[in-house]
Design a protein around this ligand. Structure first.
Ligand code: SF4
Ligand code: SF4
Length: 255
């Protein structure tokens, strides 16, 4: 069984693609002379840093029943068609799903979004025969659509049902900074295009915060001063299927 190391680089094609689409900020040096630089983002030729571990905290006690703002925001940001709008709902991609659970004994309800857990030891990477599934040094697990052959081994290996195969032809749904490919497998990328341009957050977190629920926190789990690290120190949290020892990057409070 093959295993990828932590410093697996993002594909040069994707990096160039993302770099070209990155939001740039202009600084005026003199009349008519502009220095264009990427606002807080990594230079295109600089690899993701292993000093960072991007992660997400889901506070299920704040996740609202009936709300799916995070799902809508992910769909809009990344250009995939939501299940409800798909002509083929059973084949529709689901980068993030809203789960509403009820304890049959107590009737207590729990709401939570489920997404790729960005495992530190990702089974999807282990089983991929082409190396298309890989983990960046900063913990983000991605699929290189140029080398994915659509075998779906990773979908079977993922314990979280986090991956989808792109069945539908991609016509006008493609976003310039989120390349997708029919016949390829895809999943939540922690909005890598936003991370790499220095936004420091994801579309789902922005939407949840804007809706006033504040159930999601994204950040660097290796930075003791980050908001997510502080919250992880304060709140008891769980890893879903902690028994698998995958050291996931998504932690849940209140489940
Ligand atoms: S949650 Fe699934 S797709 Fe995501 S890294 Fe883990 S095994 Fe891979
Ligand atoms: S579907 Fe693509 S990413 Fe998944 S295991 Fe096969 S080649 Fe790798």
């Amino acid at each position: 069984m093959k295993s990828m190391t932590d410093n697996s680089p993002a594909s040069p094609e994707r990096r160039r693609f993302l770099g070209a689409a990155t939001v740039a900020a202009g600084v005026t040096l003199a009349p008519g002379v502009m220095l264009v630089e990427v606002a807080h983002g990594r230079p295109e030729d600089q690899a993701a840093s292993g000093a960072v571990r991007w992660g997400m905290l889901v506070d299920a006690t704040k996740c609202a029943s009936g709300c799916d703002e995070c799902v809508s925001a992910c769909s809009t940001e990344n250009g995939w068609t939501p299940v409800a709008e798909s002509k083929h709902p059973k084949q529709a991609p689901q980068w993030i799903r809203k789960l509403e659970l009820q304890d049959p004994l107590t009737q207590q309800e729990t709401n939570l979004p489920m997404l790729c857990q960005h495992c530190a030891e990702p089974p999807c990477v282990d089983v991929c025969p082409t190396g298309a599934s890989f983990k960046r040094a900063d913990g983000i697990v991605l699929v290189n659509r140029h080398t994915c052959i659509g075998c779906r081994y990773c979908m079977m290996a993922c314990p979280y049902k986090a991956r989808s195969l792109v069945h539908e032809p991609l016509n006008d749904t493609q976003k310039p900074d989120v390349p997708r490919g029919v016949g390829c497998v895809e999943a939540c990328t922690f909005c890598v295009q936003k991370v790499d341009r220095g936004d420091g957050t994801t579309a789902c977190v922005e939407a949840c915060t804007k809706a006033g629920h504040n159930a999601l926190v994204f950040g660097d789990m290796n930075d003791p001063e980050s908001e997510i690290s502080k919250r992880l120190r304060e709140l008891p949290t769980k890893q879903v299927r902690a028994d698998l020892n995958l050291n996931v990057g998504v932690r849940y409070h209140g489940i």
